[in-house]
Structure formats: structure tokens, C-alpha cells
Ligand binder design. Structure first.
Ligand code: 5GP
Length: 205
């Protein structure tokens, strides 16, 4: 049976735990790989070029954009971020599914592309107050930035109905299990069936 890889697209407001979920999912779930995005923001402490992001300058990003190398891109909190077509294809060629950690603008751009075989998951905290607490506990952002992220969160959450699944990240382990279940269910979807294989094996006499 031919494999049609699944693109698991995760978006969430900052502070909802999407990046940690993505990293844990790749460790836990066999045949799931993270596609490394390109960004113009500077690396944070501990981040590695090629593992966390491919860090490029605006000029290099613009060149890639012009050459059509991104399947989607967006400006988020003042920096450019983009998903490389080649990175996605390389993972899918290996027979793995792909997990993308992208913002809602990027996810909305991918939704009409049915050929991607994508499943869209939105991650939220149990309450808005909890989101605010988590953002403040990071202690890295100035107040103005926190307010900006909270306003953006309200706008993003308003789009939830466009997604296939909503994950409430109250208990991290449970959210991770739920994410794994979403992928398992998607892998068993009839949309995944190779029609030629089914016809040959069972339908044609
Ligand atoms: P951070 O700079 O904190 O790693 O990420 C900021 C935001 O950019 C997060 O919401 C993250 O999901 C989003 N992001 C990361 N990579 C991409 C990408 O390739 N495309 C889009 N649209 N958003 C991205």
C-alpha cells in the first residue's frame, strides 16, 4: 500500500505550549518528523541553526520567497517565518508524517491546499487567565509585548472553527496523548486509503 503522508499543523497563541508539544510528539511518535522553518529572528540561547530554525537574514528570506520556496510564510511579532516546500517533501519522501508549528496566519494559508493532506489542530490553555499567567512566567518579555501577544491570542482563538481539532493544554501529558490520538485517527482515515491498492486487492475480481 502506498503511503500518503499526513501534515499535522499545530497553531496556538504564544504561551499555550505548542512548541513543547511539538517537540515531545516527535520524540514519542514513530514516523513523525518536525519540519524546520526559516526565520529572520535571531537565535535564542540554546537554539541551534538547522535544528530549531534555519536562521537567515531578511534578504535571504525575500530571495527564497521570490523563488517560491515557501509553501506559506508570515510576519509574526515583527519577524518573518516560512515553511520550506523542500523540507516538507524531503520528510514525506522518507515515508514520515510531518508536524508543523506555525502561527494561525500560516495555517489559514495552508487550509485551502487540499492536496497537502493536512490536519489542523488548535491548542489553547484552559482559561485566558492561565494564558496570561504562562506568558508572564516566562519573564522574558516586556509588558507591552505581553499585551500585544494577548490581543493576538484573542484574534487567533476567534478562528478556532476553521480547525479540525481543539486541544486544551491543561495537563501536558494528556494533551500529548490526545495529539498522538489525533494522528493515529488521521492515519486510519479513509482519506488515507490508496484506492488503487484497495481496488486491486479487494474490489476487482
Ligand atoms: P518563536 O519565534 O517564538 O519560535 O515563534 C513565534 C511564532 O511563529 C510561533 O507562533 C510559531 O508557531 C510561528 N512560526 C514558526 N515557524 C513558522 C512558520 O514557518 N510559518 C509561520 N506562519 N509561523 C511560524
Amino acid at each position: 500500500m502506498n503511503w500518503k503522508g499526513i501534515l499535522l499543523v499545530l497553531s496556538a497563541p504564544s504561551g499555550a505550549g505548542k512548541t513543547s508539544l511539538c517537540q515531545a510528539a516527535v520524540k514519542l511518535i514513530p514516523r513523525l518528523m518536525h519540519s524546520v522553518s526559516y526565520t529572520t529572528r535571531s537565535p535564542r540561547d540554546g537554539e541551534v541553526h538547522g535544528r530549531d530554525y534555519c536562521f537567515v537574514d531578511e534578504q535571504a528570506f525575500e530571495n527564497m520567497k521570490r523563488e517560491g520556496e515557501f509553501i506559506e510564510w508570515a510576519r509574526v511579532h515583527g519577524h518573518l517565518y516560512g515553511t520550506s516546500r523542500k523540507a516538507l517533501h524531503d520528510i514525506q519522501k522518507q515515508g514520515s508524517d510531518v508536524i508543523l508549528d506555525i502561527d494561525a496566519q500560516g495555517a489559514l494559508k495552508l487550509m485551502p491546499l487540499k492536496e497537502l493532506n493536512a490536519v489542523f489542530v488548535f491548542v489553547v490553555t484552559p482559561t485566558f487567565a492561565e494564558l496570561e499567567t504562562r506568558l508572564r512566567n516566562r519573564r522574558s518579555d516586556p509588558e507591552e509585548e505581553i499585551q500585544l501577544r494577548l490581543r493576538k491570542a484573542r484574534d487567533e482563538i476567534a478562528q478556532f472553527e476553521k480547525y479540525d481539532y481543539l486541544l486544551v493544554n491543561d495537563d501536558f501529558d494528556k494533551a500529548l496523548k490526545d495529539l498522538a490520538s489525533i494522528l493515529t485517527a488521521s492515519r486510519c482515515s479513509v482519506k488515507q486509503v490508496d484506492h488503487q491498492w484497495l481496488e486491486k486487492e479487494f474490489i476487482r475480481e
